[in-house]
Design a protein around this ligand. Structure first.
Ligand code: ADP
Length: 263
């Protein structure tokens, strides 16, 4: 690999210890480098798929003589959908690169409740269309150090998934509350849940349980990676589990921060 140089210094003196430190740093650099490479390669692959579809559809239109209006319209609609997919992927990629760059917006004390209400207003329309029952409850002063957009993104991604990956007629319950020195958000659904063997990996970039299903639902495979990175940047945690009665539950915890004062 790029960082293959190793310092071999036997013994237990300071130089030997330095050599060990050097080696472990090298290993970490190599791991980071490998992850970065895989990310770039996965991202290119994800972008290639809709691009290939667009080219195929364009060629079909151009090569079909006397194409009728209806058929042309169908093809162009498909091209539009692939273009939309491309813009979703690039938006998510940009978000992740921004999170990687460590250039963060200055956090403020945000009350998560109005943000939750805003996301619920928007998502209830999506849920309604699918015949999914979306409910939410909130209690306590749920203030934390973050930005409104970050909290919006987290609640949106988790709720969108819950609606997306459950059959019509399901229920999705979102809760926001304070627990000791933490603000807790849970998003629960009563769908099929997530296979136990996939649970440890679903926060990885581009990891999906069912690729075809994710694509069909308009997923990019980056939603949960964005959630995790965003939460962790603000000192929080996120975890996924299956509910005993069936369905998935996602739990986000942020350090609670007293409201009112400025930062
Ligand atoms: P995607 O864009 O595919 O939705 P995410 O990173 O948001 O990507 O989610 C990763 C995968 O986790 C999804 O493809 C899906 O297989 C699984 N998943 C996420 N949320 C749920 C849920 N509420 N129920 C079942 N599976 C889920």
């Amino acid at each position: 690999g790029a960082y293959s140089h190793r310092a071999e210094v036997p013994g237990r003196d300071e130089i030997a210890q330095l050599a060990q430190e050097f080696n472990s740093l090298t290993d970490r650099l190599q791991t980071t480098e490998n992850a970065r490479r895989r990310f770039v390669s996965d991202a290119s692959h994800e972008l290639k798929t809709p691009l290939a579809a667009i080219r195929l559809l364009t060629d079909s239109i151009l090569q079909t003589e006397n194409i009728d209006r209806e058929t042309a319209r169908e093809f162009v609609t498909d091209i539009g959908q692939e273009a939309e997919r491309l813009s979703r992927i690039t938006e998510d990629l940009l978000r992740l690169t921004r999170l990687d760059s460590n250039v963060l917006e200055r956090p403020v004390v945000v009350d998560a409740l109005p943000v939750l209400e805003q996301v619920m207003r928007m998502m209830s329309l999506v849920a309604q269309e699918k015949g999914t029952e979306l409910t939410y409850r909130a209690e306590g002063t749920c203030t934390m150090l973050a930005t409104r957009d970050e909290i919006h993104q987290i609640i949106y991604n988790l709720t969108d998934n819950a609606v997306k990956y459950t059959p019509p007629g399901s229920t999705v319950q979102v809760s926001l509350f304070r627990e000791g020195d933490q603000v807790v958000l849970t998003v629960e659904d009563n769908g099929a849940g997530i296979p136990e063997e996939d649970l440890p990996r679903i926060f990885e970039r581009f990891y999906r349980v069912d690729k075809a299903r994710s694509r069909a639902a308009g997923g990019t495979g980056l939603g949960l990676a964005i959630v995790r990175d965003t939460v962790e940047k603000r000192g929080g945690t996120v975890e996924a589990a299956n509910r005993p009665g069936g369905g998935a539950v996602f739990t986000v915890r942020w350090p609670w921060r007293e409201g009112g004062g400025q930062t």
